[in-house]
Design a protein around this ligand. Structure first.
Ligand SMILES: Nc1ncnc2c1ncn2[C@@H]1O[C@H](COP(=O)(O)OP(=O)(O)OP(=O)(O)O)[C@@H](O)[C@H]1O
Ligand SMILES: [Mg+2]
Length: 261
């Protein structure tokens, strides 16, 4: 459903940060991307969502989503697709909420721009989504300004919004790294449920090999803007081919004589 073919990405005139990169994801597949800081994970997945920052540009290759070239999308087309067909969750997506409007008003308006329904129905839909994010006192949250919530609560509001329309593709960049372990587990399980129920494809970037392994069908290991290894998660974990993947695995903490993943 998503096909990345031979792309090269550059910021301004600097040396490309992603080079000749290929990746395919099938409908309903979950891919975890791991790799050291600066290896280009965020750059790669932002390019899929058409959200490269600054002077970032795909200078070569193509990205197709359900047989349409994403690189040719107009702003209007993006507005139609983003949030409904293809959603992105950033590490700090809670910070993208409008600071001077209450959560409820923003969430209801977001739903109404994408779906015809009454305000009351949109409100109910929003509260159901927040409930799934393990938030309590939901009416209270709906009635709060973003600054009245903790960072983790705002993040969960952002994740709830991204998942509302059961997108065909969900792209997540370190979505839960700022959350406590229990909340993280709940959100991971909501993402897996989205895949199981609605056949959503998911690409998740994470530094947590435990999360990567738990969620993914396939793991992609990146280094210096390239894939060093990819494949079935068990294969990657139990018989890593590249020295780099071995090093990554060695850096996973060992607890009670057992490795975490
Ligand atoms: N807005 C930008 N302008 C210029 N260069 C950038 C920009 N964003 C990222 N880069 C460069 O692109 C390279 C890859 O960065 P990227 O953020 O994609 O890495 P990452 O794998 O997501 O790292 P991390 O694990 O720390 O999030 C780095 O060398 C970085 O300096
Ligand atoms: Mg990153």
């Amino acid at each position: 459903m998503l096909n990345i073919k031979n792309i090269t990405i550059q910021y301004g005139k600097k040396k490309p940060v992603i080079e000749d990169f290929d990746l395919n994801i099938n409908q309903g597949e979950i891919i975890s991307i791991v790799g050291e800081s600066g290896s280009g994970k965020t750059t790669l997945i932002r390019s899929i969502a058409g959200l490269l920052p600054g002077e970032g540009k795909v200078i070569k290759g193509n990205i197709t989503f359900q047989d349409e070239s994403l690189l040719n999308f107009s702003e209007d087309k993006w507005n139609e697709y983003r949030g409904t067909k293809l959603s992105m969750i950033f590490q700090d997506c809670g910070s993208m909420l409008n600071p001077i409007r209450k959560i409820g008003a923003q969430f209801v308006e977001y739903i109404l721009t994408h779906e015809k329904m009454s305000k009351k129905e949109a409100y109910d839909k929003a509260t159901q989504m927040l409930y799934k994010m393990r938030l309590s006192n939901i009416n209270n949250i709906m009635n709060s300004y973003p600054f009245q919530l903790s960072g983790g609560m705002r993040q969960r509001v952002g994740i709830a919004m991204a998942m509302t329309f059961k997108p065909k593709l969900l792209i997540a960049d370190e979505p839960t790294s700022a959350l406590d372990v229990t909340t993280q587990a709940q959100i991971i399980s909501q993402m897996i449920e989205l895949r199981d129920k609605y056949n959503t494809s998911i690409i998740i970037v994470t530094h947590n090999l435990g999360v990567a392994t738990y969620m993914a069908d396939k793991i992609v290991v990146m280094k210096d803007g390239k894939i060093v290894e990819q494949g079935n998660k068990f294969k990657i974990l139990h018989s890593p081919k590249s020295d780099y993947t071995k090093k990554l695995l060695d850096s996973v903490p060992v607890m009670e004589g057992k490795r975490y993943v």
